[in-house]
Design a protein around this ligand. Structure first.
Ligand code: ZN
Length: 381
């Protein structure tokens, strides 16, 4: 089909994610911007797509059947295996290391990360979702190297992490423009690499849905609907921000079963958690080891209770840990939770869940099957 036909097609109907991917390959790198424009009504600043050249020409061919994008290329969803659904590798204050390089030894941290991820892979974790985006100095070229050298399948994210205000650039621009940039990450590649985002990320904390946060949630919703890529979030569970997020997503026409309400495991409030679940979302029991919010035994008891109530099909597990998180000194990190690391679920949580009566089948749902189903439910709409 000619590129004229393709543009026409985009204007008339939304394409499936796979079509979008095929289309962007067929007509070059402007397809994503066009797809978004077709549902956003058009923004002056969106009409020209400038795209950095791709550094790695050898993007692996997608496997047959459903697949998810990772830092090292598309992976069949049936090969995801045991998946930690909300981790980080490096979380750095935006812009600090770029301005003061003496505070950041990239080579040393990379070596540490490769070693940790290799060991984690040896223990049976084959996939990790790295939920790091703009606002935490996302560095996909570095994550790509770590993934390659460790053999870990790392799903990388696009989106924006803020609890309140936006970077000035986005304060001055539209929701549609923000969404367009997220779509570029999903369909074309991130930061000049061939790695495409497999998930969209946003955050709502104690400040609630502030004007800045609302703009991010709406941009994430628009990018989700135009690409089909799932949404994963950060919430403050104690102020029930998950429900506020669901309200905004719903108003954007988002199918809430495509959304993981993150950090729900910080809460023991079964009433709140079942409200989230009954609206169709997955919930992230994803801060194991962060005892400062809720100790492991209580997190385990909540999961066991929700499994009894029939919700094993709607939970995923993780730690929200990182190799290096620059806002915490080692002493503070220790105070946050001595077990806050990538290995805590394997070593302590799974045995505790079994002890609490959670079956092998339910554990498999939360660690393997639910992640697979989330990344198979990816058509645009
Ligand atoms: Zn996180």
């Amino acid at each position: 089909m000619s590129s004229q036909d393709y543009r026409q097609g985009l204007a008339e109907h939304r394409l499936s994610r796979r079509d979008l991917l095929r289309g962007s390959a067929a007509v070059g790198l402007g397809a994503a911007s066009l797809a978004l424009l077709s549902c956003a009504g058009g923004e002056e600043e969106s009409t020209t797509a400038t795209v950095a050249p791709t550094r790695e020409p050898l993007r692996p061919t997608p496997p047959p059947g459903p697949y998810v994008e990772t830092a090292t290329g598309p992976v069949s969803t049936s090969d995801l295996g045991f998946t930690l659904m909300h981790e980080h590798i490096f979380v750095l204050s935006e812009g600090v290391a770029a301005n003061f390089p003496s505070v950041w030894d990239e080579e040393a941290k990379k070596t540490e990360a490769v070693d940790l991820l290799r060991r984690l892979k040896d223990r049976g974790v084959s996939t990790m979702l790295d939920a790091t985006v703009l606002g935490s100095s996302r560095n996909v070229p570095l994550v790509q190297q770590v993934a390659r050298e460790s053999g870990m399948q790392v799903i990388v994210a696009t989106g924006l992490y803020t609890y309140n205000e936006l970077p000035y650039y986005f304060q001055a621009r539209s929701v549609e423009h923000m969404a367009e940039l997220f779509v570029q990450d999903i369909t074309e590649g991130i930061q000049g690499t061939s790695a495409r985002a497999g998930v969209l990320k946003c955050a709502t904390d104690h400040a609630g849905v502030t004007p800045g946060v609302e703009k991010v949630l709406r941009a994430v919703a628009k990018a989700h609907r135009s690409t089909g890529v799932p949404i994963t979030t950060h919430t403050e569970a104690k102020s029930q921000q998950g429900l506020a997020q669901q309200d905004v997503f719903e108003s954007e026409g988002v199918d809430l079963s495509r959304v993981i309400i993150g950090h729900s495991g910080d809460s023991e409030d079964i009433d709140y958690l079942t409200k989230l679940l009954e609206r169709g979302s997955y919930i992230g029991m994803d801060r194991f080891g962060l005892d400062v919010y809720l100790p492991t035994d209580k997190r385990v008891a909540v999961i066991a209770r929700l499994c009894e109530m029939g919700y094993a099909e709607r939970m995923v597990v993780s730690h929200d840990a990182a190799v290096y998180w620059d806002s915490f000194t080692p002493e503070v990190q220790q105070a946050l939770g001595a077990n806050w690391n990538y290995f805590h679920i394997l070593e302590d949580v799974l045995p505790a869940l079994r002890q609490a009566g959670v079956s092998e089948e339910q554990i498999r749902l939360m660690t393997v099957e639910n992640p697979r189903r989330i990344f198979e439910n990816v058509g645009s709409y």
